[in-house]
Design a protein around this ligand. Structure first.
Ligand SMILES: *Cc1c(COP(=O)(O)O)cnc(C)c1O
Length: 234
């Protein structure tokens, strides 16, 4: 496990790099939300990150996240669901997570809608798009996004705030730029088609490619390893 000093150093480095990328793009660093991806990471490190000012955490597995959320939920902390979600797990998600970034089909959206409605809440969601078309990636295709978005936007207890994507692993992060640009263009198109929701968020960019993603307009970056170190799966 990394030391508190390493964690502080990592965070300072990542925040600096976010600021520089924003500046290169003529953007404000305040318009980029850092989600610290804490999958496989101990609650002890999560608390440490919180004490260093991190308020947004991302998890990709419901069953791993729920015990952490139950134990650690100061009022200003937001837990985000960023991983593939099965419709039958949605009941546990709507109460615990501040948002779901990985909505990639209508059935899942409808299941979230049912639970959000029952709990009397409005759940912020992002639509996950598989821009690169890799078979290993979750997400709706860019071609089916407009039609699916039209149905999901109509669900009264979900608030569609934008799009999310995962870029392919690439030796050179420059290679991911077209993917991020395409997500932004798709978002612009959807905003024209369906102006009733905000479309303000583009969640894109991880440890290896967040700088390029910010240059292409990311408003949310999801960063794990650059903050918490390499993941250890047990
Ligand atoms: C794990 C994960 C991340 C963070 O990846 P790093 O390479 O550790 O920064 C971001 N987004 C999703 C959806 C993930 O599953």
């Amino acid at each position: 496990m990394i030391t508190p000093e390493q964690l502080a150093g990592n965070l300072e480095y990542v925040r600096g790099a976010i600021g520089q990328a924003a500046e290169r793009a003529g953007r404000n660093a305040q318009d980029v939300t850092l989600i610290a991806v804490s999958k496989t990471v101990s609650l002890e490190l999560v608390r440490m990150a919180y004490n260093l000012g991190v308020t947004d955490f991302g998890e990709n597995r419901v069953q791993d996240a729920l015990p952490k959320i139950a134990e650690f939920h100061p009022p200003e902390v937001r837990w985000h669901m960023i991983g593939h979600l099965q419709s039958n797990k949605t009941g546990k998600v709507t109460g615990a997570f501040a948002s779901v970034e990985s909505v990639d089909n209508l059935r899942l959206a409808q299941a979230l809608e049912r639970h959000a409605s029952r709990q009397g809440i409005t759940l912020p969601v992002l639509l996950q798009v598989n821009v690169s078309g890799e078979a290993s990636k979750e997400g709706m295709s860019p071609a089916e996004a407009p039609e699916m978005a039209r149905h999901i936007v109509a669900l009264p207890h979900l608030r569609v705030e934008g799009l999310m994507t995962i870029a392919p692993i690439a030796p050179n992060p420059e290679e991911t730029r077209p993917v991020f640009r395409q997500l932004r263009l798709l978002r612009d198109h959807l905003r024209n088609e369906l102006p009733q929701c905000g479309w303000r968020h583009l969640s894109m960019g991880m440890t290896d490619d967040y700088r390029v993603a910010i240059e292409e307009g990311a408003t949310i970056v999801r960063i794990g390893r650059a903050i918490f170190g390499e993941r250890v799966y047990v």
